[in-house]
Ligand binder design. Structure first.
Ligand SMILES: Nc1ncnc2c1ncn2[C@@H]1O[C@H](COP(=O)(O)OP(=O)(O)O)[C@@H](O)[C@H]1O
Ligand SMILES: [Mg+2]
Length: 374
């Protein structure tokens, strides 16, 4: 069944504004750029969703590069989740328009969407340098060898995006899926966090859909994995893992190792041995300011502490990363991580009877191989 676009003529941009309950601390406002695209427009833009235009594949479906008639490039995300699992059309569009209003230099902009019958598409600004995962953590031959300065700027940019989502936006947004694949890089390698707000948009307690968005093994805070407790501090945990990755160039989980499979374990062992710097990416050839490298690794470890209360808030993280702070005497306690996969699976099975348990919907995601992140 095709839904004519006129169905949405009632969604004038002023309607979006009325439905937008967010406050914009920087005075950023809706510039009215959120658009409703027709399926034909997207088909034309992506050359009929041609395989050569495909730029990625994620938990929601495929992502295609497209060129709009105004010449600008976009990334079109084809949502392949069942339509029953999504919000109704009207609510879907209104929520997306609200998300599109949330703008920050380190967030990917949502330009619009398309709803035609059971098909739904999200249209984002196109990021020339793809994701941190693809560009920076790809295979040894393909990966771009970032200098220390680039790593510093990317880390700080992502942290600033999280400060914005967590502490400046009212009500705040917990991202829930901070990972290298959700850090996109524009043509200048400015980091842009993507997929914020999607967990909420696609969540449906009665379905498994949130499993696709709610977390990735290796980035998951233990309290989130074990009991579905989601908070800003679970994002801080994921950010800590990401920061350790940016400094070390390591995979989040090394499936081929028996010992110290998780980056967090590796970092903790090195910290205890007073040899944290050995974690710094060897491709840097020791070409980085040692004190700063040490500081970044310590901040990473602070973010992944087992007890959520002990993790810093994102403003503190930015403060530490950007200012000359002495981290020598900072006490860091043991990090937590989700190591026992069997345990999680058991939890998933037992809690799947509790229909509205967020832990249940979450847990199966870590069993999806797509979520076994590098
Ligand atoms: N706006 C964009 N610009 C460029 N590439 C993108 C964009 N959005 C997504 N991608 C690419 O498509 C991939 C799949 O995205 P997504 O569906 O969000 O799944 P995931 O975040 O799990 O990778 C991303 O990892 C990235 O490589
Ligand atoms: Mg993504």
């Amino acid at each position: 069944m095709k839904i004519p676009c006129s169905l949405f003529s009632c969604f004038s941009s002023s309607t979006y504004e009325q439905n937008n309950n967010y406050e914009y601390p920087d005075g950023e406002n809706n510039d009215g750029s959120f658009g409703l695209f027709t399926y034909n427009q997207l088909k034309l833009a992506t050359r009929n969703f041609h395989s050569s235009e495909k730029i990625g594949e994620g938990g929601f479906g495929s992502v295609y590069k497209g060129r709009l008639v105004d010449g600008s490039f976009v990334a079109v995300k084809v949502l392949s989740v069942e339509v029953e699992s999504m919000r109704g059309e009207r609510e879907f569009v209104v929520e997306l328009a609200t998300l599109a209003n949330i703008r920050h230099q380190n967030l990917v902009s949502l330009r619009g969407c398309c709803v035609e019958g059971v098909h739904r598409y999200l249209v984002y600004e196109y990021m020339e340098n793809n994701s941190l995962y693809n560009t920076f953590l790809g295979s040894e031959e393909r990966r771009t060898r970032f200098m220390w300065e680039t790593r510093r700027e990317i880390s700080i940019g992502v942290a600033r995006a999280l400060v914005f989502l967590h502490e400046e936006l009212k009500p705040h947004i917990v991202h829930r899926d901070i990972k290298a694949k959700n850090i996109l890089l524009d043509r200048n390698f400015t980091p842009k966090v993507s997929d914020f707000g999607l967990a909420k948009l696609l969540r449906d307690e009665a379905s498994h859909v949130s499993t696709r968005v709610a977390g990735t093994l290796g980035y998951l805070a233990p309290e989130y994995a074990n009991s579905g407790q989601v908070s800003r501090k679970s994002d801080v945990y994921s950010f800590g893992v990401l920061l350790l990755q940016i400094v070390s160039g390591l995979a989040v989980v090394d499936a081929y190792q028996d010992m110290e499979r998780f980056i967090v374990e590796k970092a903790w062992t090195a910290y205890q041995a007073n040899d944290l710097l050995k974690l710094v990416d060897p491709v840097l050839n020791m070409n980085f300011p040692e004190e700063e490298g040490m500081k970044f690794l310590k901040v990473g470890l602070l973010c992944v502490q087992e007890t959520a209360k002990l993790r810093p808030r994102m403003t503190e993280v930015v403060d530490k990363l950007t200012n000359d702070v002495n981290m020598r005497d900072v006490h860091i306690s043991k990090p937590g991580f989700v190591a026992d996969l069997r345990n999680i699976r058991i939890k998933q099975q037992s809690s799947s009877q509790e229909t509205s348990s967020p832990g249940a919907t979450f847990a199966s995601s870590i069993w999806s191989s797509a979520n076994l992140a590098r």
